[in-house]
Design a protein around this ligand. Sequence first.
Ligand code: AMP
Ligand code: MG
Length: 409
Amino acid sequence: MKDAAEPAIPVERALEIVLRETAPLEEERVALPCALGRILSEDIAADADQPPFAKAMMDGFAVRSSDVATVPIQLSVIEEISAGKMPLRSLLQGQAAKIMTGAPLPDGADAVQMVEKTRSPAEDAVVILERVASGANVAPRGRELKRGQKVLSIGELLTPARIGVLASVGRGSVTVRRRPRVTVIPTGDELVDCESAPGPGQIRNSNGPSLLAAARLLRAEVEDGGIVKDDSVALSQSIARGLRSDLLLLSGGVSMGEYDLVEKALEEEGVEIYFRKIAIRPGKPAVFGRKGSCLVFGLPGNPVSSLVIFAVFVASALRKMQGAPEVHPGALSAILAQPVSQRPGRTAYLPGTLRFADASVRIEPLPTTGSADLAAYSRANALYVIPSDRDRLEAGECVRVLPLDSTLR
Ligand code: AMP
Ligand code: MG
């Protein structure tokens, strides 16, 4: 049970523990259309040179650059080569071939003069109006990639461009780590579903939907465990079901109140608890444990607190499960736009607006009434960090920031 005197552990230490207990999930093979946002668990090499042949980069005429050293000069046009066709003949002295962007250069040619710098007096003749250097407007074979060269590495997030790279090297499917299964259980006697009108003393359950969404954004397969009352039996039953996932998130019921029963229920269900309090603001009462391969977070009920703990700790665990390299949340920095202060002793993660302005990245603190102010938090695109030993940060200081709602990176 929670001991009022038990000290809260520093954020860094809590993160270390979370990552220590988090194991990457098994690998699976996915088809390219399903690979967006997943993390590679194999290295990828080019299967062939890219481009696979010397390729025209302009519409125009393939020439021998030595033929056009003095211009204007008329050459005879021996064929037309479009993209997807192979040249039929080699270019001899005094000859040119009409060529389209993407088409293979004929043997003997070493440059392309763009059509705008030519004149065509007849079907089988071209006048080259300007000189071209050897290699001009030609991508030599293997310019972008050499066969066997590594193009993507284990741990890389599959972005649209990287999916394009996979396709270009002939990979229709890739190995990634499977998506974590996450169950979310909001707890509290006062909670009603978002579509109900709250009765006296009741509030709508916002943590359920927001935490499910946060997990989905990190590619989790989510399950809504449903609202559970502050009742030991009901809690135990729901927890037992939730422990079948890879990660179980509970919200509420982890403070010092009479009806804060989550921790006890977790222990009764065999969850080993590693910490119960973090020296963080907001979100101090945050429980973390594990049973078998299921990680469990008991998040504070206040909506902002639960999302902050998610952003700092849960997101890191979900990323590691999927094979992402461990990136410290708050590894980026920005210039603070206004002074801020806090009572020292805890690391504060506060809502702000990150702006790219005047060649610098600035963070503007947002006004907020605190951990229940979900509306203010929803305006933020980042959190800024006040270290636990600081009571004030000045405008112009460099602060650590944690962008919100970005993907797996
Ligand atoms: P607790 O952590 O259970 O003491 O709850 C702290 C505060 O968060 C209380 O004001 C609760 O009403 C509120 N709260 C708890 N769970 C939720 C929820 N699922 N959605 C919105 N607010 C909640
Ligand atoms: Mg409660």
